[in-house]
Ligand binder design. Structure first.
Ligand SMILES: [Zn+2]
Length: 182
């Protein structure tokens, strides 16, 4: 489907729009996609509130914080990919790393994992908040074992915010107005 920039009417994407306030072409379908994303997000979280078991805790956490719910079955995710704050790529690479290393019984504390994503996989742009939310997704999804967890959160091995990783999901966390905070 070919759409036009709402400011200048061209078919181009990205930078170079003479009429848009931020210099970027903006297509109507971008906004429509975003609106549908927020409706989908609302529906998933509302369903969770009404019927706790209809949506897994892992999925509810993911939709709540804007993380791509890679194991989720509650919605067709493909059209919404670009709207998640924590991208599919970040999510799959972090989970892949964690699960592969766990399989080999190689465990790391939080700071070590953070260092890994700041050096070897720097291009991915995973920051501390991303890492905490993705690891919590893995925890809630039952994908990380006790051995992994006790090393991850060993004394002096993690920042204060990381204790959030092993917290059970609470319905009170659900925020309908997305608090992106960044
Ligand atoms: Zn334009």
């Amino acid at each position: 489907m070919s759409t036009k920039c709402k400011f200048c009417g061209s078919n181009s994407y990205g930078d170079g729009c003479e009429y848009s306030p931020n210099g970027k072409h903006e297509h109507i379908s971008d906004n429509l996609g975003k609106a549908l994303f927020f409706i989908m997000r609302y529906m998933v979280l509302e369903t969770k509130l009404n019927n706790r078991t209809a949506i897994t805790d892992a999925s509810a956490h993911a939709w709540n914080v804007g993380l791509y719910p890679i194991w989720g079955k509650e919605a067709c995710l493909e059209p919404f990919k670009e709207f998640f704050i924590i991208s599919e790529e970040k999510c799959s690479r972090v989970l892949e790393f964690v699960m592969n290393e766990s399989l080999e019984k190689r465990y790391y504390n939080f700071h070590d994992i953070e260092k890994h994503f700041e050096s070897e996989e720097k291009d991915l742009g995973v920051d501390r908040t991303d890492l905490i939310e993705i690891l919590r997704y893995a925890f809630l999804g039952g994908r990380i074992g006790n051995d992994f967890l006790s090393k991850l959160l060993e004394p002096c091995g993690y920042p204060s915010g990381a204790t959030h990783i092993e917290k059970e999901f609470d319905l009170g966390e659900i925020l309908f107005v997305e608090d992106t905070g960044r």
